[in-house]
Design a protein around this ligand. Structure first.
Ligand code: TMP
Length: 393
């Protein structure tokens, strides 16, 4: 047993389970504990939540709802078209088609187990399989579409419990000169920003270049480039190819691996220290909310993200401290946050009037939000964040 537990974030609900009633009778909770595998260097949840509980037809997150993300996917598709052969493209976890809709290639295929989202993409004439990603599906797709020049997957591989099978399923469909691009939150960024809210039911793993590299050793593929991204609070984009002949490995790969070594990504002590910082963050954030309550300030939440669910439930923040959340995602509006049971409202034009503080659930979209809420800020409205440490902005 190489897995060492280093963090206990308490009882947590399904982050996607936005509630129809404020106090449901049978809400599902699990123990959110995080472990470090000394051999593979993978950081993962100790107890995986059954995928069907998280990824189903009620899935709320719509990637195309954020302007930042729409622009990021458009720019990325332009870049990939220039750099690689993109005649045939497969996306694993295609959400509502926000990435694939930028391609007009011969063969564009999506895989999305949430039926509501797969339906949206299918209705845009993009062939989408509403299944979980595994070897059987990969074989089926191979029969129907052959190999792919580009296989792309953002914020999905880290959701898949059986990583070895997921990687073999990719290898099976990737053309020998093809490129596999994955992006997921970066463990270095989590450690640097103390953003423990990257741990929640869906994020079975938080990857480092080190752990991805170890994982690929089980296949005939390797990382040949890495890009650092600001999306989702700091992610890495890994460019992966089949090992054929002498390939150039970009120096970014060695640089990133070295940087990770320097911050101690391979050592359990690093995670034990991180765990102490997380406990401190909890106490400090709670104190901020307690103080505002004592001073009778009006406090709301801004962006009922999945990440914020970890914070609210771990720090015991509920309607005693946060009046309501606002969120632009329609299917979250009128519902209640999982576990913490805070109402979620539509951000109507006057909603921030007389609000003193807004907790940034969507801290990763801080710039977009600050730009949008100039009037609120100019009239004295403040934001609260817990990243990189609890403070008022
Ligand atoms: P994500 O971090 O999982 O992408 O979710 C972001 C959530 O934040 C999503 O539900 C939309 C919400 N949001 C707002 O309500 N207002 C905003 O201005 C932005 C950028 C996001």
């Amino acid at each position: 047993m190489n897995k060492i537990e280093f963090l206990d974030l308490g009882k947590q609900p399904i982050t996607n389970n936005f509630l129809d009633t404020q106090y449901p009778k049978d809400e599902f909770f699990y123990n959110l504990k995080v472990v470090f595998d000394e051999k593979s260097k993978l950081v993962s949840l100790k107890n995986f939540v059954p995928p069907e509980k998280m990824f189903n037809e009620t899935y709320a997150h719509r990637a195309s709802m954020s302007k930042t993300m729409r622009i990021a996917y458009k720019n990325l598709s332009d870049k990939l078209k220039k750099k690689f052969n993109t005649e045939s493209i497969l996306e694993i976890g295609s959400n509502d088609g926000v990435f694939l809709r930028n391609f007009n290639s011969k063969n564009v295929v999506g895989v999305e187990p949430c039926k509501n989202l797969a339906e949206i993409t299918n209705s845009q004439s993009i062939k989408t399989y509403d299944n979980f990603w595994d070897l059987n599906l990969s074989k089926k797709i191979h029969k129907e579409h052959g190999n792919f020049d580009l296989i792309y997957s953002a914020n999905t591989i880290s959701h898949i419990h059986d990583l070895n099978e997921a990687i073999l399923a990719v290898e099976n469909l990737l053309d020998k000169n093809g490129t596999f691009v994955i992006e997921d939150p970066s463990l270095s960024e989590v450690l640097k920003k103390n953003s423990y809210d990257q741990f929640y039911d869906e994020h079975a793993y938080v990857f480092s270049a080190t752990s991805i590299s170890n994982l690929l050793n089980l296949s005939d593929m390797e990382i040949f480039d890495i890009e650092k991204l600001s999306t989702h609070g700091g992610s890495n984009r890994y460019f992966i190819k089949k090992k054929i002949g002498n390939q150039t490995i970009n120096e970014n790969v060695i640089k990133t691996l070295n940087e990770e070594k320097e911050i101690g990504i391979e050592r359990i002590e690093t995670y034990q220290k991180f765990s102490l910082n997380v406990k401190k963050s909890k106490d400090e954030l709670f104190k901020i909310f307690e103080n505002l309550k004592k001073n009778k300030k009006r406090v709301i939440g801004y962006g009922a993200t999945y990440k914020s669910s970890t914070v609210l439930n771990y720090c015991n923040l509920n309607t005693d401290f946060i009046e309501f959340f606002i969120d632009t995602t329609e299917n979250k509006q009128g519902k209640f946050t999982p576990g913490s049971h805070i109402p979620i409202k539509k951000p109507l034009p006057d909603i921030l009037k007389n609000v003193n503080y807004a907790y940034l659930g969507a801290w990763n979209f801080k710039n977009e939000i600050f730009e949008k809420e100039k009037e609120y800020i100019e009239t004295g409205g403040k934001f609260i964040t817990h990243v990189p440490k609890p403070m008022i902005l």
